[in-house]
Write a protein that binds this ligand. Structure first.
Ligand code: APR
Length: 335
């Protein structure tokens, strides 16, 4: 009798509560393509959370999850990585990462692609947040700043629980180029990138440092300008080399950095697309700015004073993001 009762009680405990009781965290990744699967692998290898990989294609998330799980014994990671085509398996996630989307195909216009990804991100956000109403959303699908706005509007979540991944990747690229140029450890290099995740982003060399020394003290302007340009087109450079496909290793590392900052409550300052309500003179838009990431999500937007030139470049980027959001609003009529 007692046994039957305790079984029933156990059944009533939701998956989320079980995860909490065991102290384990749960991250669901919607879209099990290159970025999604690589992120799952990194999260497992860093022992951060149990991972659910979701995709609409049958077999793909299951196959990738199994492959990653079979590497876990070698990593010594007791994390579960499961693949699924059912949103129910994502229920009670602490973090939901959205990487679902389509890549541009030959003959597809920018607008066609935007329409497709708007409809995908809209659908996956609805389904995911219904099962994980207390989660934090990290949006990766491009055009990321726009998709983050859409996901936030659809979710109804407070602003601190929705963010886009872009700046973390852009600043990692900038750091890579600086350390390569100066032949110094990547650990010594910090970089600062503002604005939308696109070719109008603003890598700020004035706030990018090598062991605390501004990079402007260590390199001449033309060398810095070259690296800034390379960072702006960092994604395109990889697409050009790969011919088919786009970057996924560094994007997965950047997502994992954000996941770790949140799950370990690190209060780490990372550039992310965050909802602005007047910071940097921007309202009602997600744009890349340095934020403090901790257990509640975006805990603070870090504001710095920009020079006139920096502000002009930043607003060019902001204007482009705003016109993209307006285009989506027009497309959907209503979120
Ligand atoms: N629901 C769930 N998954 C979907 C849906 C949907 N409605 N539509 C597409 N997907 C899945 C695809 O089946 C595919 O497995 O999204 C995955 C996308 O994976 P890839 O094509 O490999 O793309 P990836 O390189 O992972 O990039 C994902 O991140 O950096 C951005 O620009 C990039 O928007 C792209 C996203």
């Amino acid at each position: 009798m007692l046994e039957v009762r305790s079984k029933r009680v156990e059944e009533k405990i939701t998956f989320r509560k079980r995860m909490r009781l065991s102290g384990r965290k749960k991250v669901s990744i919607i879209g099990s393509g290159n970025v999604g699967a690589s992120t799952a692998q990194r999260i497992m290898e860093k022992f951060l959370a149990d991972v659910v990989l979701f995709d609409i294609i049958e077999g793909v998330p299951q196959g990738k999850a199994l492959d990653i799980s079979e590497a876990a014994p070698i990593s010594g990671a007791d994390m579960s990585v499961m693949g699924t085509n059912s949103y129910d398996d994502t229920a009670g996630s602490d973090i939901v990462v959205i990487t679902a989307g389509l890549a541009r195909k030959p003959g597809m216009s920018r607008k066609d692609l935007l329409e497709k990804n708007v409809s995908i991100v809209r659908e996956v956000t609805k389904e995911a947040v219904r099962r994980s109403p207390a989660s934090i959303l990290i949006v990766v699908t491009n055009p990321m700043d726009l998709m983050t706005y859409l996901s936030w509007a659809i979710s109804g979540f407070p602003k601190h629980r929705v963010m886009g991944m872009g700046g973390a990747l852009d600043s990692a690229r900038f750091r890579c180029f600086i350390s390569d140029e100066l032949k110094v450890s990547v650990e010594n290099v910090h970089a600062f990138v503002l604005g939308g995740h696109g070719d109008l982003m603003v890598p700020l060399s004035r706030f990018s440092t090598v062991a605390g020394i501004p990079v402007t003290e260590m390199m001449d302007k033309s060398a810095i300008d070259k690296m800034v340009e390379r960072t702006r087109f960092g994604g395109a450079e990889i697409v050009e080399l790969l011919k088919t496909g786009s970057a996924y290793v560094a994007p997965a590392a950047a997502i994992t950095e954000m996941v770790e900052a949140i799950l370990r409550d690190k209060k780490k300052i990372i550039p992310c697309a965050a909802y602005l309500e007047g910071e940097y003179g921007v309202k009602d838009l997600f744009v890349g700015v340095p934020v403090k990431l901790g257990s509640t999500g975006v805990e603070k937007v870090i504001e710095i004073k920009l020079s006139d030139e920096e502000r002009n470049s930043f607003f060019k980027s902001v204007d482009r993001v705003r016109s993209g959001v307006d285009e989506i609003k027009e497309m959907l009529g209503n979120f």
